[in-house]
Design a protein around this ligand. Structure first.
Ligand code: ATP
Ligand code: MG
Length: 353
């Protein structure tokens, strides 16, 4: 029997509503699997925890989390309770940094029965792989002079190690999918870092002869996400470009409530962390209407990460059957509750046994 030890951090707001729902779903997946069990340990780290203890997590928090196979997180931050810079840096960003989760993966896929804002959505199924540790979001730079002579300088940092790591991850992922990687570049305008990015892309591509490649400038690529998203499989991008592309990806899916994400520690030295794209949604707390699909799809990414791709596919199929039958929450134009959607997914999984 394979046992996965998962640290669950429901966090704030609707995180406390959708994480238990997704955990119920994962237990059902384990039953269906037969040879897999989950052991969840709940951690109360959140804004409420901060109000009580003055910190987002205790001193030994990171050490305790490091014992787990993965972290399953809901949402962190509720600006009505604690300023965002405290809650994010004290928990979310702290985990991402200290556990070297240098890659962020975000699927963008059209779910049946859901209205995409695109005029012609076709059938898109994209994975955006974002380098998440350096690039344009470095803290190298400064400001000089004052007044009308003032100059701000922000340096991009691209190391061969981190760039190669993101690209290898993208190629490995594409090998299990449709076998295509598109690189987001801008080497016609950014003349040092982006030609370097292109070079590393070419080098890495050589060791994956079965994966087709292409490169697009980020401006054209962003437009294609809107006009023809079905042409993409895996898209690999720098920190800034990946940030923008993955938000376009969530946008064309129809609601932020369905978008999943993974923060990956590639070397397996520390746990990876899976969390939906949406936040704590303070405006709908306690109403029972939070869309659980983002968190449940995030659970599918956790399954994939631990080599349970077959079960991951079963879970995604069931999510799609559920949206197709319009068992959906109000953010998608439906009238079902969090519990209705969760029950539907669980019942459909049980029916596959
Ligand atoms: P953060 O800064 O943590 O990302 P935010 O306020 O910017 O928080 P969200 O918390 O994601 O962003 O909320 C944005 C809007 O989307 C809100 O109106 C919220 O109610 C809605 N929303 C977010 N997640 C869901 C969900 N799972 N189901 C339904 N509505 C959601
Ligand atoms: Mg936000």
């Amino acid at each position: 029997m394979k046992k996965l030890k998962i640290a669950s951090i429901p966090g704030d707001g609707i995180g406390k509503e959708v994480v238990p729902a997704a955990i119920d779903v994962l237990h059902t997946v384990a039953e269906l699997h037969g040879g897999l069990t989950f052991e969840f340990t709940d951690f109360p780290y959140s804004c409420e925890y901060y109000l009580e203890h003055g910190v987002m997590m205790p001193e030994d928090g990171m050490k305790r989390l490091s014992d787990f196979d993965s972290i399953f997180l809901g949402a962190v931050g509720d600006a009505n309770l604690v300023p965002d810079h405290i809650s994010l840096w004290g928990l979310l960003i702290k985990i991402r940094r200290e556990f070297e989760q240098t890659i962020n993966v975000r699927p963008a896929k059209q779910l049946p029965g859901i209205q995409s804002p695109l005029v012609n959505p076709n059938d898109f199924d994209i994975m955006v792989v974002r380098e998440n540790s350096e690039g344009e979001y470095s803290s190298v730079g400064g400001r000089i002079y004052r007044g009308e002579d003032e100059i701000a300088i922000q340096n991009n940092v691209f190391s061969r190690k981190a760039t190669e790591r993101a690209m290898r991850f993208a190629f490995d992922l594409a090998s299990k999918r449709k076998g295509r990687v598109t690189s987001a570049t801008k080497s016609n305008g950014i003349v040092y870092s982006m030609p370097f990015w292109d070079e590393v892309f070419k080098d890495v591509a050589e060791s994956y002869p079965n994966v087709k490649t292409d490169q697009q400038h980020i401006d054209a690529l962003a437009a294609f996400f809107v006009t023809n998203p079905s042409r993409f499989d895996v898209v690999v991008a720098s920190n800034l470009f990946g940030d923008i592309l993955s938000d376009i990806g969530a946008g064309i899916m129809g609601s932020i409530g369905v978008a999943p994400a993974g923060n990956i520690n590639v070397n397996g030295k520390y746990p990876s962390m899976f969390e939906p794209v949406h936040g704590s949604a303070p405006d709908i707390i306690g109403k029972g209407i939070a869309n659980p699909v983002g968190q449940i799809w995030t659970a599918k990414m956790l399954l994939d990460h631990h080599g349970e791709e077959e079960m991951g596919q079963v879970l995604l199929d069931v999510i799609e059957e559920t949206t197709k039958n319009r068992i959906i929450t109000s953010d998608l134009g439906g009238s079902h509750s969090t519990q209705d959607v969760t029950n539907e997914i669980i019942n459909r999984l049980k029916a596959k046994a």
